[in-house]
Structure formats: structure tokens, C-alpha cells
Design a protein around this ligand. Structure first.
Ligand SMILES: [Zn+2]
Length: 260
């Protein structure tokens, strides 16, 4: 049901209440305010919100001449994404009709990220700084794709609403902005975020393996991550410790080789 249709339904119901019942209704609810949600959280709503943010981001990068500045690089990341998306359509049927989209950003000090519905930004300064080869780059892209395939934005929003139900009173746009900018929310969601990073590492690795990449080349990405980190054994607010990420994947690969 659309928000407008819902509003109309509430309006009709309001008119039907007579004054006496309205007063008793007010008294009954005076001490327990009811939050009137104008939106219902769903993966589709989250993907629509992500698409809007992605479009704004792409536009801003374009205006700053930081978007897809090297044609060969853009073609390379698109080709890798297409190969991984073919496999993703098999492993995650829900993604079959997704329009995967990937761009590179030259903005310094910004991470790569994967958003709901399959919208990805790859940080080119990071790729250059880490001198990522084809497989390591595929691992980075597979990791960002896994965030989208695992509906991580949706899970994060669900957790935020569970912890802070009053956000349901605000507009969905305000809520989404707060998820990115509000310190209290960011801190409250940090441990879920780290869990999601481990999950995207593993599911991204599995996706890339099934798409035909070799394990050694994929793990090289996490080896670089550890090597480049000033504090490889320490987690940040948003990410687990690089050494722990590499170790988890190595452990999983060892288990695959000798399941007993
Ligand atoms: Zn991630």
C-alpha cells in the first residue's frame, strides 16, 4: 500500500470517530504515545533509498571530475562484476533481475562500498595504493557485492529500528541519513557492522571461487590489507582487524581441504 493510500485510510477512520470516543481514545493513549509509521521497512524500500543516495554520489563525483577517470579501469571493474554477477544469479536467485552498477571514485580517503540492490563504488586510490592485481581486485568487488546480496543495509536498518524504535516516527530519508551520520546510531550498530564485514569476506570469497577465481589470488587481497595496515591486529569502529579477517578465510579454506 502506498503512503498516500494509508494516509487516506487513517483520515477516513478519524472522521468516523465521534467526539466522545475520540476523547477516550486520547486519554487511553496519553501516557503511551503510539508511533505512526509512514513507511514499512522492506528490502525494496532500502534498495530504493540506496539507489537515490548512489545517484547523488555518482553525480557529485562526476561534477568533481573524480568519477571513472580511467576508461580501461572502468572496463576492467565492469568485466569482473559481470563475471561475478553471472555466478551470483545462480547462488542468490533474488539478484537475478538486479541491475548491477559499478563506478570508480578518485576521491582520496574514501572506502569502496556496496549498497543495497547492487550499487558499488570502488576507490581507485586504494586499488593503486595496494597495487591490486586482477584476482585481488575481484576479491574486493566480490566483497562489496556480498554486502548487497546478503541484504546488509536492510539488516542494519532493522537492527537500528529494534534498538531505537522512535526513528520509525521520522521520515525514512531522515532515518537513513542518521544511519550514516548519527554518532549514537553508528556506535550502536558497530558490532553488527563488523559481523557483516566477516560475512561479506566469506560469502564474497565463496562467490569469487565459484566464479572461477583461484583462492591464492583472492586471499592476496586480505594479505595486502594486513600488510598495509599500521595496526593489523586491531579492529576499527567499522571494520574487524585485518589479521583476523585473513585468518578466518584461511581457516575456512583449510576446513574445505580437510573437512574432518
Ligand atoms: Zn565491507
Amino acid at each position: 500500500m502506498s503512503a498516500a493510500a494509508r494516509t487516506n485510510r487513517f483520515r477516513r477512520r478519524f472522521i468516523q470517530l465521534n467526539l466522545a470516543s475520540w476523547i477516550s481514545h486520547l486519554n487511553a493513549h496519553a501516557s503511551t504515545p503510539q508511533f505512526q509509521t509512514q513507511w514499512q521497512l522492506s528490502p525494496e524500500l532500502v534498495a530504493r533509498g540506496a539507489l537515490k543516495k548512489y545517484r547523488d554520489k555518482v553525480k557529485a563525483l562526476q561534477q568533481a571530475q573524480l568519477l571513472d577517470t580511467e576508461t580501461w579501469f572502468t572496463q576492467r571493474i565492469r568485466a569482473i562484476t559481470a563475471q561475478l554477477a553471472t555466478q551470483a544469479a545462480i547462488d542468490y536467485p533474488c539478484s537475478r533481475d538486479w541491475q548491477w552498477e559499478i563506478h570508480s571514485s578518485d576521491q582520496i580517503d574514501e572506502n569502496s562500498y556496496g549498497m543495497a540492490g547492487g550499487k558499488i563504488i570502488i576507490s581507485r586510490p586504494m586499488v593503486n595504493d595496494y597495487s591490486l592485481n586482477e584476482s585481488a581486485l575481484a576479491m574486493l568487488i566480490a566483497h562489496e557485492m556480498a554486502h548487497a546480496l546478503l541484504l546488509h543495509n536492510f539488516a542494519e536498518d532493522q537492527e537500528a529500528l529494534r534498538l531505537f524504535p522512535a526513528w520509525a516516527e521520522k521520515s525514512f530519508e531522515d532515518f537513513e541519513t542518521a544511519i550514516d551520520d548519527d554518532d549514537t546510531l553508528i556506535r550502536a550498530l558497530a558490532s553488527l557492522g563488523k559481523q557483516q564485514e566477516f560475512e561479506a569476506d566469506l560469502k564474497g570469497l565463496q562467490l569469487a571461487l565459484r566464479a572461477g577465481y583461484a583462492a591464492k589470488g583472492l586471499l592476496a587481497f586480505y594479505e595486502k590489507l594486513r600488510k598495509k595496515s599500521a595496526y593489523p591486529n586491531f579492529e576499527s569502529l567499522s571494520h574487524p582487524a585485518p589479521a583476523a579477517r585473513l585468518q578466518r578465510l584461511r581457516d575456512w579454506l583449510t576446513q574445505q581441504e580437510s573437512p574432518n
